[in-house]
Design a protein around this ligand. Structure first.
Ligand SMILES: Cc1cc2nc3c(=O)[nH]c(=O)nc-3n(C[C@H](O)[C@H](O)[C@H](O)COP(=O)(O)OP(=O)(O)OC[C@H]3O[C@@H](n4cnc5c(N)ncnc54)[C@H](O)[C@@H]3O)c2cc1C
Length: 432
């Protein structure tokens, strides 16, 4: 292939497609390749899309009715803590939206990919697997090699190569990108399947329902389009590994053993295979080097508990796209442009990454005795100020460093104690 591109993007889902949008808008000659043929599901993912992620899609002209056709709008998350209490958590408003969606990734990813057709300077090739990178005499990355099924190997030269190729990034492996930060102490296993005929959590509008059995396991019910509900099981990795059987058997047994979850599934039908991840990674790789950069999960991966993966993929793509504009104009060199991207993206992402690790410690890795669950945990999680701040953190309107402060803890616990001591404000009520 003789045509010269400024940038080759490897991977065309949230990170790669969003990056190609920003490069396309700036008139940068881009080739985006993906080994999948669209429409198709990604390897694994069943995501909530929160309002801050939607705002980034608004910017490139994509509307919810196009990328999530038929998905019900959700008003709040219900967190249920064993038999002890439950709490309804609305999100904070972001850019005029408070409600959120569960995406069917096949619809969503196909919409992102197809919408790139509007840019003359962006060329798409699906069904093309990158097998390695091209280097110049100085070792600088200058393109990719790969092939379409059954065809000969091709070389695609470019001035820069971006790995938007997910957790098991081929680009990251090829350039030997270092892992610069990692957390293995709070790893989880996550498995899910799609179900039909799932009983509602309660009368009224559908809600996202998270049932934590306070034993290191939880189940998440996510209502999506076509009347389906994605049902996800998450647990401390060691607990999952200690179970006998195949992941699909462990998944089903975990649901059957938890009456609050199983009551919703007894009359339901599973309509997909069980898919998932062992030991979801929590790490940052170095973001860039000579002729290459990483974006989305290829650069930063973390547990799905806070539902930030799509947003992080979209925003890191926007940051990289913008940083490459002065490079394309010739105002700065590659190193300067990508260093600016790395600094901005790390500064934005690291506090939320740390907050997610803390939440895993608090809600998946701590197993509180019933007395603590019924008092301290309930007082904290049902506190109005805690709920407000949590909703703001999830849409990145509040600095996660200033979320669970000693002042909030003290205030929430004293308010909770007071509610318990002074009926009718709290005593006897299990719902926050
Ligand atoms: C169980 C689970 C639940 C999740 N829940 C949520 C949630 O609720 N909310 C949320 O926001 N996020 C969630 N996430 C995270 C979210 O799915 C990811 O953060 C997001 O998909 C990352 O997008 P990406 O574009 O970086 O990578 P991916 O979506 O992984 O896309 C990478 C693409 O690269 C392509 N590729 C890979 N190698 C090659 C190659 N050699 N040649 C060509 N193409 C290649 C692949 O085919 C793929 O299409 C969840 C993840 C999991 C696993």
């Amino acid at each position: 292939m003789s045509e010269q591109f400024d940038i080759v993007v490897v991977g065309g889902r949230p990170a790669g497609a969003m990056l190609a949008h920003h490069l396309g808008r700036a008139g940068i000659r881009t080739m985006v390749v993906d080994r999948a043929c669209f429409p198709s599901y990604p390897a694994v993912s069943t995501p909530f899309l929160l309002p801050h992620g939607m705002a980034l899609l608004d910017e490139v002209g994509l509307a919810p009715e196009d990328y999530a056709p038929g998905a019900p709008w959700l008003d709040e998350v219900v967190l249920e803590f064993g038999p002890h209490f439950d709490v309804r958590l609305p999100l904070a408003e972001y850019a005029g939206r408070r409600r959120f969606l569960v995406l069917d990734r096949q619809d969503f990813d196909d919409c992102l990919w197809s919408s790139l057709g509007q840019y003359d300077c962006v060329t798409r090739r699906d069904g093309f697997t990158v097998t390695g990178l091209l280097r110049d005499d100085a070792g600088v990355i200058c393109g990719v090699r790969g092939r379409s099924a059954g065809a000969d190997e091709e070389h695609i030269p470019a001035r820069g190569v971006i790995g938007a190729d997910g957790r098991f990034s081929r680009v990251a492996r090829d350039v030997q990108a270092r892992v610069v930060h990692r957390r293995d102490d709070v790893s989880t296993h996550v498995y899910y399947a799609f179900w039909e005929g799932v009983a509602p959590w309660s009368d009224g509008d559908p809600v996202a329902h998270i049932h934590s059995s306070l034993d290191g396991w939880s189940a998440v019910f996510m209502p999506m389009s076509r009347g389906r509900v994605a049902v996800l099981v998450q647990s401390q990795s060691a607990l999952f590994e200690a179970e006998a059987g195949r992941p699909s058997e462990i998944y089903l047994r975990a649901l059957q053993a938890r009456p609050a979850a199983w009551r919703r599934l007894e009359a339901a039908r599973r309509v997909s295979a069980v898919r998932g991840f062992k030991r979801l990674g929590n790490l940052f790789r170095e973001a860039a080097g000579p002729g290459w950069a990483l974006v989305g999960d290829a650069w930063l991966q973390k547990d799905s508990i806070d539902a930030q993966g799509i947003y992080d993929a979209l925003i890191s793509a926007r940051m990289l796209g913008r940083a490459l504009v002065p490079w394309h104009r010739g105002d700065v060199d590659w190193r300067t442009a990508t260093a600016a991207y790395a600094d901005e993206a790390t500064g934005h992402m690291r506090p939320m990454f740390d907050a997610t690790m803390e939440r895993l410690k608090r809600e998946v890795y701590s197993i509180p005795p019933p007395f603590v669950a019924k008092t301290i945990l309930r007082w904290l999680l049902t506190d109005a100020e805690y709920k407000r701040r949590f909703g703001e953190v999830l849409v990145r309107r509040r600095d996660p460093d200033r979320f669970v402060t000693p002042g909030l803890m003290l205030g929430a616990l004293s308010r909770g104690l007071l509610r318990s001591l002074l009926p009718p404000w709290g005593a006897g009520s299990s719902t926050g």
